[in-house]
Design a protein around this ligand. Structure first.
Ligand SMILES: [Mg+2]
Length: 271
């Protein structure tokens, strides 16, 4: 759709009516940061509003599947959302935490390479601290944040240099909202995450909402599942913000304005 185009009301009914009509056959999948929880200066201070938690809990009672897909580790994602009964795909799909399970399953495709990114940073050509990059250790994924750095532009420039060096070292750099993530190649991805979650029996309709570049992988996979016949209905919701990556609005079936807009849509689905 066109960037900035507003969708609501009739568009919701036309696109998502089939999910409301057959909730047991339907899945609601959502990114967390920037989609359910407003972006805050430091990721550890993020919170999912009580109203969003209530809407997801209500949906989970009626829908075939409600799942959260996040770049956070799966257990951290579940703690943030606060609902043990949902499914969680964490670390951009490298971890899958099913309802009520104590520990996530790790993606076997990166087995033995879990320390590659941490080892790269340990030997990276220059210190991170001087550039204002804040490191977050997510096991196989090492995240470098520059939100709130004294000089965000300089910190981002340093991140770009590191991304090039990491690529040469055989790692995969991925970009998000003021964050660079370094990870082993292959495996995971929000595309793999949605495919794993949607393997649930009896689900053939799905909506996915996200605000960032990595969510576009989920959008693409959802459409492939529809083209392959595994899904009858696939709806991609772009959660817009001033930091939205290029392509988000164009690749969305409908857009909402920030986490408040997605919450309104979740409530409409539950209603
Ligand atoms: Mg997000």
């Amino acid at each position: 759709m066109e960037p900035g185009a507003e969708t609501s009301g009739d568009a919701w009914e036309a696109l998502l009516g089939p999910l409301r009509e057959e909730p047991r056959r339907s899945a609601v999948l959502t990114d967390i940061d920037g989609t359910l929880a407003p972006i805050v200066e430091r990721a550890e201070a993020a919170a999912v509003p009580a109203a969003a938690r209530e809407a997801l809990a209500a949906l989970n009672e009626r829908f075939g599947l409600v799942g959260c897909v996040s770049g956070r580790r799966a257990l951290e994602a579940r703690e943030l959302v606060g609902l043990d009964e949902l499914a969680y795909a964490g670390n951009h799909g490298l971890e899958l935490l099913l309802p009520g399970e104590a520990e996530p399953e790790a993606d076997p495709s990166i087995s033995g390479r879990e320390r590659e990114a941490a080892e790269f940073l340990a030997t990276a050509p220059a210190a991170l601290d001087g550039a204002g990059l804040r490191r977050e250790d997510k096991g196989p994924i090492q995240a470098l944040h520059w939100r709130g750095a004294g000089d965000e532009t300089a910190a981002e420039a340093r991140a770009r240099e590191l991304a090039v060096a990491a690529g040469k070292a055989g790692l995969e750099p991925r970009w998000g909202r003021k964050v660079l993530e370094l990870r082993p190649t292959g495996g995971g991805g929000k595309d793999a995450a949605v495919a794993s979650l949607l393997a649930a029996d009896g689900v053939d309709r799905a909506v996915y909402a996200g605000d960032d570049r990595t969510d576009l992988d989920a959008f693409r996979r959802l459409r492939e599942l529809r083209e392959e016949g595994d899904l009858e209905v696939a709806v991609c919701v772009g959660v817009l913000s001033p930091e939205a990556p290029s392509g988000l609005a164009e690749e969305s079936d409908l857009t909402v304005s920030g986490p408040d807009g997605w919450l309104a849509l979740l409530r409409w689905l539950a209603g």
